[in-house]
Structures are given as structure tokens and as C-alpha cells.
Design a protein around this ligand. Structure first.
Ligand code: ADP
Ligand code: MG
Length: 551
């Protein structure tokens, strides 16, 4: 026997309202994207010759009438015949709704469900629909439903091609009758949809013959070919996304169609160390419909500092977030983005090192963050991570600080800077001004010191000592440096042994810290006469709060 499974639903309101509770505003996204689909379908039919009529000026209108408490969405797309209305709107696949609800109680899933047309009942107590199929022979039909399983469906007087949906907004959804709120939602979700969308508010009379402008940009640049775009196009689009943002450093245009579909543009923002770092600046789209700006599970964490848009129909939006992490497409997309970013950085590093160094203040943070958290990225970044030299004499403009990659630093310092275990010692300073004397002492002996003065650096050093074999970081004022330096000869000491000893005792007495080593170095005019150091290990312990006291 064959038959129809009948679904028991007394009243769909309670389910829908509960179901989509956290995100009622998506009703507009769903209805407008249906309207866009209807227009796109018509274009397709026309292009293959199945629709022979005039396309005319294809567009969508969202009209608000707060007095009448209605929101009306009108399109001049394919429309529906009576049979189609019956098929598409009267047979809601609702069987699984309640089960779903109990299974995915963590409400967040909502808004990605694509309940589509029926999401209108989240805000409307009654929905009316008028539609004329593109097939001119078909009658115009009227459909209405108040959320009970009963509907009305009959033929009415002929009207123009397309579909008009009238939402009678329920008392508890009055907020959507606010013109600014409604327009705001429209701009949020529909800003880059491919069909012009006009917003009309009955309460706001248009002045004079002002031509209406669509709320959307129908051809956002991420869907275009990179070869067709200029630097200005990218910068202009950035300002469209972030009107108050500073010009980005550079960008990556993503464009993949196999094995998953992904387009988008990722911008590298200027990052000032002193400012709050802004995360959640990447917007996720699905076929130009805004989905979310929470891309936590789609973009690797260190790349969340980037700005821009990602558009992919292949990211499953209808499931919970925890599932998303395990999704093979999401993982592939994640890897792809990481690789693209690493490639771009490498490209700039190789082709325009000066510009790379100039941008390092902003780039350093995410390169370091990436190296610490993502081994694939680390592998590539080893080639372009750079460390800025700290110079004791930075008053002389001739003395330009250099930037070293890890390999360059090793080569430059070669055999000189190795510790007892044969590990390469990277000398660094956390405070170039305060540690000036130590940097100077190192420089005088031909040792190179690099700056590690930003917030991320302490963690970076600790992580990299584990990831980079054969490298040991030593702060300039640690005693190991002194040992290294002491392998050289002190030609400049002009004090006698006794005088040196007396000076040393004097310093030891006043510093009064067992962990600090004092050494008399010399007394010539430009040498540092006395150096007091603390072992690297003791210093780190102190930084971690494990021991107190001392300097
Ligand atoms: P989906 O969009 O995922 O198919 P919806 O519930 O949003 O699900 O819509 C169901 C169907 O109703 C659509 O697939 C389409 O055939 C039809 N439909 C909805 N809105 C329109 C419209 N404005 N014009 C033409 N057909 C529509
Ligand atoms: Mg839909």
C-alpha cells in the first residue's frame, strides 16, 4: 500500500516560535532569498528559451506599513501556479520538527535551518500570498494561512507576474514594524544579494522625484574574477564592509570550486599593538546571503584577526556548531584558507621584502599566533618569520636595524652564539630602553639582539623553544649571555684585579640578591663598566610569579 504520511500539528505557531526563538529576524532573510530565487529561476528559464516573455526590470520590494501592521515582500520572478502553491507551500515537511527540537536543544542551530517560507510565522499571525506564474496561461492565485493547519487557496483576478507575500505582524513581534529595525535587518542579511532590493516605509514619504536606490550591492567584488579587479576596487569594498576601517595592508581573493565551493576576500588589517584586537570581523555568506559573523569553527583561530567575507554553499549551516568542527568540508576549507594565507605571506616576503618588513608590526602578531597554534602554518612560516634587531646605538641614522629570519640569524651569528648543549642562542630584549646597556655589551662583542617586546612574545618564545629544535632564547640580561661574551677577551679593562673585586663587592652588597651575578667589565669611556645579570631560568620563574624579590 502507498500513501501519505499525515503530520499531526494542531497549530504550527508554537513549534515555529519555539524552534526559531533566538533569531526571529531571519524570517526576512528567508522570504527575500525566496524572492531572489524566484527571479534567478526566471532568468535561467529565459536564457534557455523556456520563458519567452519580457523579463522587464527584475527587482524585489520590501514594504512596511506600520499602521496596517503589515510587511509586504514583492518580486516579479517565476511566480507559482495553483498546483505549485499546493505542492510547495501546503506540504510542509514538518514531521521531524519536534524531534529535531528535542535533539538540538542548544538553540544556536536555529537560523540555519532554512525552514524557509514558514519562518514567516515566527513574526506573523497571518500570511497572505498572491502569485502569478510566469506561465501566462495560469491563473493568479491567492493563498492564506493563520498558522493553523487550515489554509485557503483560490483563483483571483489576474495580476502581474510574480509573488506578493503579506505578513500580518503579530502583537509580540511589533519590533519589526519599526522602519529602522526592519531596514537594518534587510541590510544585514541582504546587502550583497544579486537582485536589486528596494525598501519602502509607508510612514516615510519620499521627497520630490528622488530616485529610489536599492539597499544592496548586486555584484560584490568577491564573485568577480581577480584579474578584473584593481587595488581601488578592493579598498573600496573594504570600506563598504567597514566604513570606519583603516586601509588594509593587503588581501587574498579566495576562489575555489573543487573539491568544495568557496569564494571570498580576506583582508589583512593594520594592527596597532596598543589597540584592542578585533575579532569576529569575517562575515560568512551562503550564495551572497549573509549567514553569520561568528566564523569560529570555519576559520582557523589565528586567522580570525583577518577581516572580510567568505562565501560558501558547502558549509553545513543546518547543524550544531560542535558538529561543524568535524565536518570534512569545513576542515578542508580551514586548511585551504591557512595555506592561501601562508602562500600570500611567503609571496610578499620573497618579492617585496622591504614592504613585508614595513608591515611586520601588524603581521607579526598573526604570524606568531599562527606558528604557535598551527603546525602546517608553522612549517611555511619558518621561512618568513622575521625578528627585528635591537640596536644599542639607534641615534645614528646610518644604523638601520635589520630583520632576521631564523636561518639568517643563525648564519649571521654562526658559531659564536651557541650554548653548552650546542643550541643556537637567540639573544632578545623585552625592553630595548631599559636593557640598553646589555644590548650595547652584546653589540660590542658582535652579538645580535632581537626585539621580543610585544604581548605575544613571551608565549611565543616558550612555544618556539619546543617547536624549534636547537634554539634557545636568552634575554640580554641573563648570565648565559655573559658567559658567551666572556669567551672573548676583555682588553678594555683598565682596573687592577683588586679594584675590580672591590667594585664587584660594592655592587653585590647593594643589589643583595643571590641570583644576580655582578661582573666588572671595563672602564673605558664607551664600555659598560659593570654588568649585573640574572640567570634566564631564574628570570622566567620570576616572570611567572614563582619567585619574588630582586631587581
Ligand atoms: P526552499 O527555499 O528551501 O525551497 P522554502 O520553504 O523557502 O524552501 O520555499 C518552498 C518553495 O516555495 C520554494 O522552493 C519555491 O518553489 C516556492 N516559493 C517560495 N517563495 C516563492 C516566491 N517568492 N516565488 C516563487 N516561488 C516561491
Ligand atoms: Mg527558501
Amino acid at each position: 500500500q502507498k500513501g501519505q504520511i499525515r503530520v499531526q500539528t494542531e497549530n504550527i505557531f508554537p513549534i515555529i516560535k519555539k524552534f526559531l526563538y533566538s533569531d526571529h529576524e531571519i524570517f526576512l532573510r528567508e522570504l527575500v532569498s525566496n524572492a531572489v530565487d524566484a527571479v534567478q529561476k526566471l532568468k535561467t528559464l529565459s536564457s534557455i528559451g523556456e520563458f519567452k516573455g519580457e523579463l522587464g526590470d527584475l527587482n524585489i520590494e520590501v514594504a512596511l506599513d506600520a499602521k496596517e501592521k503589515t510587511i509586504t515582500i514583492t518580486d516579479n520572478g517565476v511566480g507559482m501556479t495553483k498546483e505549485e502553491v499546493d505542492k510547495y507551500l501546503n506540504q510542509v515537511a514538518f514531521s521531524g520538527a519536534e524531534e529535531f527540537l528535542s535533539k538540538y536543544k542548544d538553540a544556536n542551530i536555529i537560523g540555519h535551518f532554512g525552514l524557509g517560507f514558514y519562518s514567516s510565522f515566527m513574526v506573523a499571525e497571518k500570511v497572505e500570498l498572491l502569485t502569478q506564474s510566469h506561465n501566462a496561461d495560469a491563473a493568479t492565485v491567492y493563498w492564506s494561512c493563520d498558522g493553523s493547519p487550515e489554509f485557503e487557496l483560490y483563483e483571483v483576478e489576474k495580476r502581474n507576474r510574480g509573488t506578493k507575500i503579506i505578513l500580518h505582524v503579530a502583537e509580540d513581534s511589533k519590533e519589526f514594524l519599526d522602519g529602522h529595525r526592519l531596514k537594518g535587518i534587510l541590510e544585514k542579511f541582504c546587502k550583497f544579494l544579486p537582485v536589486p532590493i528596494y525598501f519602502k516605509d509607508a510612514a516615510e514619504e519620499k521627497k520630490g522625484d528622488e530616485a529610489p536606490t536599492p539597499i544592496n550591492n548586486v555584484a560584490p567584488i568577491w564573485i568577480k574574477k581577480p584579474s578584473e579587479l584593481t587595488k581601488e576596487d578592493y579598498e573600496k569594498f573594504y570600506r563598504e564592509l567597514y566604513p570606519f576601517g583603516e586601509t588594509p595592508l593587503f588581501w587574498i581573493h579566495l576562489n575555489v570550486d573543487y573539491p568544495f565551493n568557496l569564494t571570498g576576500i580576506l583582508y589583512f588589517p593594520k594592527i596597532k599593538q596598543s589597540h584592542e584586537i578585533q575579532k569576529d570581523k569575517i562575515q560568512l555568506y551562503c550564495n551572497q546571503v549573509f549567514v553569520t559573523d561568528e566564523v569560529k569553527d570555519i576559520v582557523p583561530e589565528f586567522l580570525m584577526l583577518l577581516h572580510g567575507v567568505i562565501d560558501s554553499p558547502d558549509i553545513p549551516l543546518n547543524v550544531s556548531r560542535s558538529y561543524l568542527q568535524g565536518d570534512p568540508n569545513v576542515r578542508k576549507i580551514n586548511n585551504h584558507i591557512t595555506k592561501k594565507v601562508a602562500d600570500k605571506l611567503e609571496e610578499i616576503f620573497n618579492n617585496d621584502r622591504a614592504s613585508f618588513e614595513e608591515k611586520w608590526e601588524s603581521l607579526g602578531l598573526f604570524v606568531k599566533y599562527g606558528m604557535m597554534t598551527d603546525d602546517k602554518f608553522l612549517e611555511k612560516a619558518n621561512k618568513f618569520l622575521i625578528m627585528e634587531e635591537a640596536l644599542a646605538d639607534d641615534t645614528n641614522p646610518e644604523n638601520k636595524p635589520k630583520f632576521f629570519t631564523l636561518d639568517e640569524y643563525k648564519n649571521e651569528t654562526s658559531a659564536l652564539q651557541k650554548n653548552k648543549e650546542g643550541k643556537h642562542v637567540i639573544l632578545y630584549t623585552t625592553q630595548p630602553v631599559q636593557q640598553h646597556a646589555f644590548i650595547k655589551a652584546c653589540n660590542e662583542k658582535g652579538f645580535k639582539v632581537v626585539k621580543m617586546e610585544t604581548l605575544i612574545d613571551a608565549a611565543f618564545i616558550n612555544t618556539m623553544e619546543m617547536k624549534w629544535e636547537n634554539v634557545h632564547f636568552v634575554r640580554v640580561d641573563a648570565d648565559i649571555v655573559d658567559n658567551l661574551i666572556d669567551k672573548q677577551e676583555h682588553n678594555d679593562i683598565v682596573l687592577s684585579k683588586d679594584e675590580q673585586e672591590a667594585l664587584k663587592n660594592l655592587f653585590n652588597f647593594s643589589i643583595n640578591d643571590l641570583h644576580v651575578t655582578v661582573e666588572v667589565k671595563g672602564l673605558t669611556p664607551d664600555a659598560t663598566p659593570v654588568v649585573a645579570t640574572r640567570p634566564e631560568f631564574m628570570r622566567r620563574m620570576k616572570d611567572m610569579g614563582a619567585i619574588g624579590g630582586g631587581m
